[in-house]
Design a protein around this ligand. Structure first.
Ligand code: PEP
Ligand code: MG
Length: 577
């Protein structure tokens, strides 16, 4: 039977393909004693043998689809599977204690993990704990006769279905075969959704029950335009979705014609439309979509995609590649925003009750100065290769901003004293994403070269609604007058103090928000590369004279987000007449 689920439209486009469940099976077991030790040992050795064959296969396909670097982790897994110290210890447990393989494996793995995690002065060895955990999971699955999902081995077109996708899961998806994804939880501005947009994968998040409703291999439609997922669609539905997809692609082809055109309004006013990126590999999308700048490079993905802290040299190379790739156009690089929903396997940070309100972004950088200084040196060196702007995330107080700037200046002085070249027109700015900073924007504006408004967080912190929690997504209201007043105050404060103001939160590329922001005089609009041409086309239709009053109405006359949505929809009806 066909079943339609409604979630949140997280990334444009429509795809139809078999479902691939990226869901871990239940690996719980009971500890039992065994009388026939020999056959238990044989059972264990068998699980090692099939696990080894499986990892070899995964390694080979990961090499082909994701590259040598991504495949490295599986070499480490094979080493553990072949390590007599590890497997021997498990066999000894089975023999001596006469317990089942599952209990012996679990006990031994826990011991190895504890030893590796205890090596706090050796990050490399600490990382081995994660490898032991992964390998043990695989052996356990074989012992229990269950199947683990292996995304790296996907070799045919699928739609990935998961409870949630972490940013690193998303980074590992091979676009050649993965045609879209659907999740149980998540919001439009969760990082997995943002990455789906940069990968141009149709996605629907927050369906609540997709992992329970769909079975591996069943045909699934993901409609990222409306936020629907359809399980076992009828032939008629498939035909309808194909038609809708074609219409969308036709519309996209129209937008594509604006690729090399400037971003101007109907009355000839020019603004900057920039792209948000997560890795240098995203530069292809930046150029293909005619971005006029990079308005946000989320550098934490560089940390998340490595097995250990990236060195100053690694970082320098990545930043230089992006800066040079923009040929003199501005690149805003944000210092790392780890914490919240972004973690590093190799950085064992204390668990927090409320990670989004905890030691995140600049707070983490200021508490770990050496890591911060390494990043700043890499950025400063890269600034010699083009037009760089460095941006600090999650600034809440002037004290934090001043501290971050003074560390940056110290590193700059040290580099120039050594004769290292640093860009002469380097700009230093901050994100406005903590409401406290938006309120004091007039004071912050005196100490930076620019602002970039991060609405993803500004909204979550203003409305006290977790950006990744679909149960409170009704509160996630970009067009709420309270949020708009904070935005307007920030833009006005920037202009009164002679600095420019951009926006790199998802609201910059939103059809409802864009006319309001244009009316407020926002200077730069930075968004997922795939939104650029749609917004350029919208900008072309709008006359700044005609929308002069929109900002004030939206902030001070309207009482709700819905009223503002209607205001813009009515305006667009007039414009499209
Ligand atoms: C934001 O908060 O709007 C933003 C752009 O940063 P991130 O989405 O990475 O938190
Ligand atoms: Mg943010």
């Amino acid at each position: 039977m066909t079943k339609k689920l409604t979630g949140i439209a997280a990334s444009d486009g429509i795809a139809v393909a078999p479902a691939y469940l990226l869901v871990e099976p239940d690996l719980s077991f009971s500890k039992t004693s065994v009388s026939d030790v020999e056959s238990e040992l044989a059972r264990f050795k068998d699980a090692i043998k099939v696990s080894t064959a499986e990892v070899e296969k995964i390694r080979d396909s990961a090499k082909k689809s994701l590259g040598e670097d991504e495949a490295q982790v599986f070499e480490a897994h094979l080493m553990i599977l072949n390590d007599p110290e590890f497997t021997g210890a498990i066999e000894t447990e089975i023999k001596d204690k006469k317990i089942n393989s599952e209990a012996a494996l679990d006990g031994t793995a826990q011991k190895f993990i504890a030893i590796f995690e205890g090596m706090t002065d050796n990050a490399y060895m600490q990382q081995r704990a994660a490898d032991v955990r992964d390998v043990s999971k695989r052996i356990m699955a074989h012992l229990l006769g269950k199947e683990l999902p292996n995304p790296a081995t996907i070799d045919h077109e699928v739609i990935v279905v998961a409870h949630d996708l972490t940013p690193s899961d998303t980074a590992q998806l091979n676009k050649k075969f993965v045609k879209g994804f659907v999740t149980d939880i998540g919001g439009r501005t969760a990082h997995s959704a943002i990455m789906a947009r940069s990968l141009e994968l149709p996605a629907v998040v927050g369906t609540e029950s997709i992992t329970k409703d769909v079975v591996n291999g069943q045909t699934l439609v993901v409609d990222g335009l409306n936020g629907d997922a359809v399980i076992k669609p009828s032939d008629e539905q498939i035909a309808d979705y194909k038609q809708k997809s074609e219409a969308f692609l036709k519309q996209k082809a129209e937008w594509d014609k604006l690729k090399n055109e400037p971003s101007v309004t109907a009355d000839g006013k020019q603004f900057t439309i920039a792209a948000n990126i997560g890795t240098p590999a995203d530069m292809q999308g930046v150029n293909e979509n005619g971005a006029e700048a990079v308005g946000l490079y989320r550098t934490e993905f560089l940390y998340m995609n490595s097995k250990d802290f990236p060195t100053e040299e690694d970082q320098f190379e990545a930043y230089k590649e992006v800066i040079e790739g923009m040929n003199g156009k501005q690149v805003v690089i944000r210092t790392m925003d780890i914490g919240g929903d972004k973690h590093l396997d190799y950085w064992d940070l204390p668990e927090e009750m409320n990670p989004f309100l905890g030691v995140r972004a600049i707070r983490l950088s200021l508490q770990n100065e050496e890591i911060f200084r390494t990043q700043l040196r890499a950025l400063l060196r890269a600034s010699a290769y083009g037009k760089l702007a460095i941006m600090f995330p999650m600034i809440g107080t002037l004290g934090e901003l001043r501290k971050a700037k003074s560390i940056l200046n110290e590193e700059k002085t040290k580099l120039t004293q050594k004769g290292t070249k640093v860009g002469s027109d380097l700009q230093v700015g901050m994100m406005i994403e903590v409401p406290a900073a938006a309120v004091l924007a007039d004071q912050f504006a005196k100490e930076v070269d620019f602002f970039s408004i991060g609405t993803n967080d500004l909204i979550q912190y203003s409305m006290a609604a977790d950006r990744g929690n679909d149960n409170v997504s009704y509160l996630y209201q970009p067009a709420n007058p309270s949020v708009l007043r904070l935005i307007k105050h920030t833009i006005d404060a920037a202009h009164e103090n002679g600095i420019w103001c951009g926006m790199c939160g998802e609201a910059a590329g939103d059809n409802i928000m864009f006319p309001i922001l244009l009316s407020m005089g926002l200077d730069e609009y930075s968004m997922s590369a795939t939104s650029i041409l749609r917004i350029r086309s919208l900008m072309k239709k709008l006359n700044t004279e005609d929308i002069k009053e929109l900002a004030n109405k939206a902030c001070y006359v309207s009482e709700t987000a819905e009223e503002n949505e209607k205001l813009v929809n009515d305006l667009m009806k007039e414009v499209n007449k």
